[in-house]
Design a binder for this molecule. Structure first.
Ligand code: HPA
Length: 274
């Protein structure tokens, strides 16, 4: 049985964080694999380990350290999550909603999601940065399944505008100003933790997916439920499995590390504009 969502629990977690950071926050950023370089630029940092937060989730992914980092980036206070939670780790869907409802209670209005993804579209190559303009969730995971908390949103809610058009334009403008080519694409979600078969990738391409990945949509779907605007930036870290032999994920962290300077500059520029 799916875990029950509890407003009291989210409230308690958000108060714990608020007590430490001292004020509400407008913007949050979830950092994907290898994209943590942004944190080097942060001033007045305050760190909160997930494991110290009562009733919060623990990250089980080795490369994700698992903490909130609050501080100043491009002159704005933002709250970053270094380490996110994935369905493939074994969390149930209701648990995956937790961080986002907590962000909502902390005052977050804009959420920047970042991720590493496989390049499905033939025009995308490892190292390319894309702004996600939509997703396809044929795995059918739903973080808002189960009891609905009216405090956050209605039982049924539209997701035709999940990836905010205004934020996409801001990202494009920011990319232009720093001389970075920013692609756009549709993120196709897969449960993982296995990568895809070549036949699956051909099907994903036919269906309109440009990038493929195992994260992000539980966050954007929950944000959509509680009225947080979402900007999602994906880094293509590898060709998907019908374009290479033996897709084993070994490229993901290396490419993410190489692109992380560009990513950092892009996010800093975007923050100046929101
Ligand atoms: N598939 C799924 N998830 C991923 C990939 C991929 O090719 N690359 C990085 N995350």
């Amino acid at each position: 049985m799916l875990k029950k969502k509890s407003f009291e629990k989210y409230d308690k977690i958000s108060k714990y964080i608020l007590d430490i950071i001292g004020q509400k926050v407008d913007t949050a950023i979830i950092l994907g694999t290898g994209l943590g370089k942004l944190l080097d630029e942060m001033e007045e940092k305050i760190e909160i380990n997930y494991q110290d937060i009562p009733d919060f989730l623990l990250s089980t992914v080795k490369s994700h350290p698992g903490k909130f980092i609050y501080g100043k980036l491009s002159g704005k206070y933002v709250l970053c999550m270094a380490g996110r939670f994935h369905y493939y780790e074994g969390y149930d869907e209701a648990e995956l909603a937790t961080p986002i409802y907590v962000l909502k209670l902390l005052g977050v209005k804009t959420l920047i999601l970042t991720n590493a993804a496989g390049a499905v579209n033939y025009n995308l190559h490892p190292g390319d940065i894309c702004v996600v303009n939509d997703h396809i969730n044929f795995a059918g995971i739903s973080p808002t399944r189960g009891n609905n908390l009216e405090e956050f949103g209605e039982r049924f809610y539209p997701i035709d505008n999940l990836y905010d058009k205004n934020l996409i334009s801001i990202a494009e403008q920011a990319a232009l100003e720093i001389g970075l080519i920013l692609h756009q694409g549709v993120y196709f979600y897969t449960v993982g933790p296995f990568f895809e078969t070549p036949s699956e990738i051909r099907a994903i391409r036919l269906l309109g997916g440009d990038l493929v990945g195992m994260s992000t949509i539980s966050e954007s779907l929950t944000a959509g439920h509680c009225g947080i605007k979402v900007l999602c930036l994906s880094l293509a870290t590898n060709y998907s499995s019908d374009r290479i032999e033996n897709m084993d994920g070994s490229e993901v962290e290396k490419i993410a590390e190489e692109a992380s300077d560009d990513f950092k500059k892009l996010i800093m520029k975007i923050l100046e504009k929101i």
